[in-house]
Design a binder for this molecule. Structure first.
Ligand SMILES: Cc1cc2nc3c(=O)[nH]c(=O)nc-3n(C[C@H](O)[C@H](O)[C@H](O)COP(=O)(O)O)c2cc1C
Length: 382
């Protein structure tokens, strides 16, 4: 039995526990997965600057993001369909995040509804909204999120269309599977008995909690894709942000920015933060890694809004590198999804604890006591 020591180990456990189509849905990226790979490879390529004998004995990983205190500079990114990876997965993840003192962001396309996560009595959580055509529906979601006590709105702007993920097509996740393909999917489900008992048999109802009227079933991605194709609006512009601002009474985070001018536009429309992100390599394949464009965006707008970053973060060392390159905090996507799929709430808690420990050790070895001191000097540029 594998005793997980790293996020990579939780990924392996998730792979064992989930039917292949669901594991691939989490793990995969768009088209040739070039950007997916670049996110991690470019983080790996950065070298940390070891310093010694600097008396770093009081390591403090706490920080603030949008006025909220965090135990470490980490936020759980919106991850759709989490309730398919473990029973009532969003509630489990929100609980783990609250216990660890970091924010949880609920996806528009979650299995658990805004109200179910709120009723679980976790700390105030964040809510993520996609750009959707039906403004009445979008408004209703914003009203529900605010009524549930969500503090911060994450407005995701890098999914005006759904990019193709070859793994999902091959696995029949987006429809069009042959009879043989459907049989293969069924076999994958049946042979993962632990997951079968936990989720399809024990985790009902398996619907999109926030979109129950619009998308009746969460059993295949096909229904969601049809909804996305009909609802996601590639015609949206920065002017439409005014509408969001009008209906949200709190900080707005624009997620999915890779360009300095776009980051300036986000500041101009009154956003409080941007997430430098390529959607974890799931959208524009061939786009640069998030970590590689982070410094230029931090340089351009770091004095006007808070800079968050996601994509490829799998360790406390990665967190340190992102902060050194200009992020105030990172969002974790797959890292928490693997933890959840592997071991539910405990898995998310363990992933958060191990990242914190890794960050503490890394800061000690860098000779840095506070996360705010993680700057350009923490990167070895030789
Ligand atoms: C399975 C999965 C589902 C996701 N669903 C959403 C979503 O519903 N909304 C959103 O804004 N981003 C979504 N993302 C993107 C994440 O919020 C985040 O940007 C990305 O996962 C970061 O990269 P990482 O997975 O390498 O950490 C999803 C990512 C994954 C892996």
């Amino acid at each position: 039995m594998l005793v997980p020591a790293s996020v990579a180990d939780y990924r392996l456990l998730a792979q064992r526990r989930l039917p292949r189509p669901f594991f691939d849905y989490i793990d995969g990226g768009a088209y040739g997965e070039l950007t997916l790979k670049a996110n991690q490879a470019d983080l790996d390529a950065l070298k940390l600057h070891q310093r010694v004998l600097r008396g770093a004995s009081n390591i403090d990983t706490t920080t603030t993001v949008l006025g909220q205190k965090l135990a470490q500079p980490v936020i759980l990114a919106p991850v759709g369909l989490a309730g398919l990876y473990a029973r009532r997965g969003e509630v489990q993840a929100a609980r783990a995040a609250a216990a660890a003192g970091v924010p949880f962001c609920l996806s528009t396309v979650s299995i658990c509804s805004i109200e179910e996560v709120s009723a679980a009595g976790t700390a105030p959580f964040w809510f993520q909204l996609y750009v959707i055509r039906d403004r009445g529906y979008a408004k209703e979601l914003l009203v529900r999120a605010q009524a549930a006590g969500c503090t911060t709105l994450v407005f995701t702007v890098d999914l005006p269309v759904f990019a193709t993920r070859y793994r999902d097509v091959r696995n029949g996740m987006t429809g069009g599977a042959s009879a043989l393909g459907r049989l293969a999917k069924l076999w994958e489900i049946v042979r993962h008995a632990g997951w079968l008992l936990d989720v399809p048999l024990g985790g009902k109802p398996l619907t999109f909690g926030n979109l129950a009227q619009a998308v009746p079933s969460a059993r295949s991605l096909e229904a969601m894709k049809v909804w996305v194709d009909a609802q996601f609006d590639p015609g949206v512009t920065w002017h439409d942000l005014g509408w969001v601002r009008e209906h949200w009474n709190g900080p707005i985070v624009i997620k999915g920015v890779l360009d300095a001018d776009d980051a300036r536009a986000a500041a101009d429309v009154g956003a409080s933060a941007v997430v430098v992100s390529n959607h974890g390599g799931r959208q524009l394949d061939g786009a640069p890694s998030a970590i590689s464009v982070l410094p230029r965006i931090a340089e351009a707008v770091g004095d006007r809004l808070e800079i968050l970053m996601d994509g490829g973060v799998r360790s406390g060392q990665d967190v340190a590198k992102a902060l050194a390159q200009g992020a105030r905090a990172v969002m974790l996507g797959r890292a928490w999804a693997y933890g959840l799929a592997a071991r539910g709430e405990a898995g998310v808690a363990e992933v958060l604890a191990l990242l914190k420990r890794e960050l503490e050790v890394t800061m000690t070895l860098l000779g840095i006591e506070r996360v705010g001191e993680l700057g350009g000097d923490a990167i070895d540029r030789w």
